[in-house]
Ligand binder design. Structure first.
Ligand code: TMP
Ligand code: ASP
Length: 331
């Protein structure tokens, strides 16, 4: 069994784990800690609700089923050493790091990566450094960002429905034995900031961090409101993938050669070489997942390109949901 600050993980047979939510709460890398009655149960049930909801919208997560009030059954995954934070409104470490006040609403959600490294207090890391240091692959980084943006869009809608503002949240990802990238860990009031829309009242772990009191009262209130949602919001996801197909370096490109000569004749002196390629844009009506990424890789290799003479690269992106007007224009 493996024990973290608030959960225990028991590895079972058949590539499954049992996660047990304890009543422990901690902040500031465990410097401040306590036991709060019903905390394990409330976080477990909130995570169950949110993972079920994300599974319903098509996300790939480690969550399989609820065992009881404090335990869930999940896929076994190797947790990636990078956490992803998405912010809609300034708060927490963002304000401390850059010196901005709390409560600034961003034009676009911001996505930040952090290294899971307690000794260095989980520092912010750029995607380039995370890839260079081989913490994650470039493909992982792109997919993690796309998934996080799509999760944000859905959670903003769901919490909006119950008069709450999603300020920010943190996601963890894991790799399953079969190689899938799955949303993992927990999604609860410990891993997000949630404010009452009307009053701005804090409903999340900041109540504990900032000694605001009644932590579990507020956690339970959110769980009740989530449980009372009768119908989940409709959501029309789109993910787009851009595939670029290029002739291999060793293959001659007569069309590129002609373009190059014509440009040289026209006086463009600084151009050294021209190689022409093709690009494709593929639009999926689904949230980004590692299954889509694998499909895309197969399509690019087997259908869009000729592997004897061409190489390809691709990038999957989440797109904000189509508005109703856009949909009716297309019909
Ligand atoms: P931050 O503002 O402290 O960087 O936190 C951003 C979000 O991430 C916030 O919703 C709380 C969550 N979070 C965790 O889930 N675990 C952590 O260890 C930290 C520091 C933040
Ligand atoms: N979860 C971290 C800790 O237990 C930090 C935090 O959430 O503030 O120390």
């Amino acid at each position: 069994m493996w024990s973290g600050k608030a959960k225990d993980v028991l590895v079972l047979e058949n590539e499954k784990v049992q996660i047990n939510f304890r009543d422990s709460i901690s902040a500031f890398d465990g410097v401040k800690k306590e036991e709060l009655v019903d905390k394990g149960k409330t976080n477990c049930l909130t995570s169950v609700k949110l993972f079920e909801l994300l599974n319903n919208y098509g996300f790939e997560t480690h969550f399989i089923s609820q065992i009881n009030d404090t335990q869930i059954l999940c896929e076994y995954v190797e947790i990636l050493p990078v956490e992803v934070v998405c912010r809609n409104i300034s708060a927490g470490s963002f304000c401390r790091r850059y010196g901005y006040e709390e409560g600034l609403v961003f034009d676009q959600p911001l996505v930040e990566f952090f290294v899971k490294d307690d000794a260095h207090h989980d520092p912010l890391i750029t995607q380039a450094v995370a890839v260079q240091m081989k913490l994650i692959s470039k493909m992982d980084a792109i997919l993690m960002e796309a998934i996080t943006r799509a999760v944000n869009e859905i959670l903003v809608k769901v919490f909006g429905l119950i008069s709450l503002q999603l300020v920010d949240f943190k996601l963890e990802f894991g790799r399953s034995k079969s190689g899938q990238l799955l949303l993992a860990d927990e999604i609860s009031l410990d891993t997000m900031r949630l404010w009452e829309k009307k009053t701005g009242e804090k409903k999340d772990k900041d109540r504990y961090r900032q000694d605001l009191g009644d932590v579990i009262v507020h956690y339970k209130n959110i769980l009740d409101r989530l449980s009372n949602i009768k119908k989940l919001p409709d959501y029309n996801p789109i993910s787009t993938a851009r595939v670029i197909i290029k002739l291999k370096k060793s293959v001659l490109d007569p069309a590129g050669e002609v373009t190059f000569r014509s440009l040289s004749r026209k006086g463009y002196q600084n151009i050294d070489n021209v190689r022409l390629g093709k690009s494709a844009e593929i639009i999926f009506n689904a949230v980004p997942t590692s299954t889509i990424q694998l499909e895309l890789e197969a399509i690019s290799e087997k259908i869009l390109s000729n592997p004897l003479i061409e190489d390809f690269e691709f990038k999957i992106q989440h797109h904000p949901e189509k508005s109703v007007e856009q949909q009716s224009l297309e019909e």
